[in-house]
Design a protein around this ligand. Structure first.
Ligand code: SAM
Length: 442
């Protein structure tokens, strides 16, 4: 029987959806971070559960032929890009496999495209949420360690300019001896540094998230960040214990009200708390795929469910008679309204509220629907309402293949999958992937 502290040599035969290598033993599966299929490794068992054990890498005995040299020196500690020791095409192979596995799990016969790769595969993100650790580290957390932050001064996810802002912030809070917020004692102040940037506009938004308290010398910090390219600077207060990079009270300290991003010919204003697709280069492809897959008719009404700041509805408004965008986040809807105006998308109507409460009350006849829910997928009431209002086609967009497959199985009594499921890599160096499925009414 395997027990904690055991040391053994294993071959890694597969990868799980969190990016952990899987080794099969007679006894149970062992999950290990920072190893890849094909590796022969020595591991130490750190935890044993009924069916699964967890291990940590002690020695790489023989490397997989798919190993590459990690670009970042924090690889192996940081929970950010866990697959950067794996050849990019091998990463894509596994992403497709995860989606196939999810659909097979619900007995869905789905044709799944190869993953459309991201270009670039570094500096592709437009948003990073850096946590402030207990010793004023500023960076990302270690995998599975909510209270240990890796102090990162060079990160290849956002941009060189992003790194400059990150380092200005770190130096400032250390020089002035700020206190990090501690969720256990409920003491301290600093929580997160959120950096967002428009890849096609060169705009940069800084959002410093704190607990309650006085922000000493904020003007000095703002001056330094503004002279390093920050076009908007916000201070957000999260007065709760919940460890999220989201402020309930949010104050603009400097510059423009919103971050601006351009996707194809459309401009999007984005509130600091509003969602936007994190890889702007691939967001262009999301729009292109949606335009290609849906069979638009000029008198159609398109429902953009979970519309955020209006990305899909606005970019596709000219294909249809009318668009209805529905979104829970009030600030996102406000931005969507501004975006519809600025992009001259006059046929876009926006509604703020919960999809599960509102969809069944829509008065208009909906012909097409794009649904792009958060990771937990569609609420059962939304599925029920979609089955009742019966749009001719539904385009399901998701970053979670498991909830997507579950929902498509539930919709399958009235809808069938049409065309391949398209996979778009929004998240290189991680196990995540974006999927898009077209469903047509039976
Ligand atoms: C994955 S994002 C998609 C946003 C948008 N489609 C885009 O591409 O930018 C999901 C959105 O759903 C919104 N949301 C979450 N729960 C919701 C709910 N119950 N009803 C309506 N919108 C919700 C979030 O605020 C977020 O903007």
């Amino acid at each position: 029987m395997l027990k904690r502290g055991d040391i053994l040599e294993v071959i890694i035969s597969d990868l799980d959806e969190k990016g952990r290598g899987i080794a099969e033993t007679k006894d149970r599966k062992i999950l290990i971070y920072f190893v890849i299929p094909g590796d022969f490794v020595k591991v130490k068992i750190t935890r044993v559960r009924r069916k699964i054990a967890y291990g940590s890498l002690i020695e790489l005995k023989t490397p997989s032929k798919y190993r590459v040299k990690p670009k970042c020196r924090f690889f192996g500690q940081c929970g950010g890009c866990k697959l950067q020791n794996m050849d990019y095409h091998y990463q894509l192979y596994f992403k497709r496999k995860f989606v196939r596995r999810a659909f097979e799990g619900f007995n869905l016969d789905a044709h799944i495209s190869k993953v459309d790769p991201s270009r670039p595969i570094w500096f592709y993100r437009n948003r990073m949420d850096y946590a402030v650790g207990q010793n004023l580290e500023v960076g990302l957390r270690k995998p599975e360690k909510w209270n240990e932050v890796v102090d990162i001064d060079e990160c290849f996810l956002l941009s060189e300019r992003g790194n400059e802002l990150l380092n200005i912030f770190r130096e400032f809070i250390r020089m002035r001896e700020f206190k990090p917020f501690n969720t256990i004692t409920r003491e301290g102040f600093l929580r997160y540094l959120v950096l967002r940037e428009g890849k096609f506009t060169s705009k940069r938004l800084v959002n410093i998230v704190t607990y309650l308290g006085e922000f000493r010398d904020i003007d000095e910090l703002v001056k330094r960040m503004a002279s390093s390219g920050a076009t908007s600077i916000y201070w957000s207060i999260n007065p709760r214990i919940t460890d999220i990079s989201f402020g309930e009270e949010i104050r603009k300290i400097h510059g423009e009200e919103y971050l601006r991003e351009k996707i194809r010919d459309y401009v999007f204003n984005i509130h600091p708390n509003a969602f936007f697709q994190t890889n702007s280069y691939q967001a262009v492809k999301l729009i292109d795929y949606a335009a290609k897959l849906l069979d638009f008719r000029s008198n159609d009404v398109l429902l953009d469910l979970y519309c955020g700041v209006g990305l899909f509805g606005i970019a596709l408004h000219s294909y249809v008679d009318r668009v209805i965008g529905l979104e829970l986040d009030r600030e996102a809807i406000k931005c969507a309204e501004i975006n519809a105006l600025e992009n001259d998308a006059r046929n876009v109507k926006l509604i703020c509220g919960r999809a599960e409460d509102l969809v069944k009350h829509l008065k208009e006849r909906i012909n097409l629907a794009i649904v792009d829910p958060p990771r937990p997928g569609l609420h059962p009431k939304v599925i029920k309402a979609l089955l009742k209002i019966e749009p001719r086609e539904i385009l399901y967009v998701s970053c979670n293949p498991n909830t997507m497959a579950r929902d498509i199985a539930l919709l399958s009594k009235k809808y069938k999958l049409d065309d391949k499921i398209r996979l778009i890599d929004m998240f290189p160096q991680t196990p995540h992937v974006e999927a898009m499925a077209k469903l047509v009414r039976r």
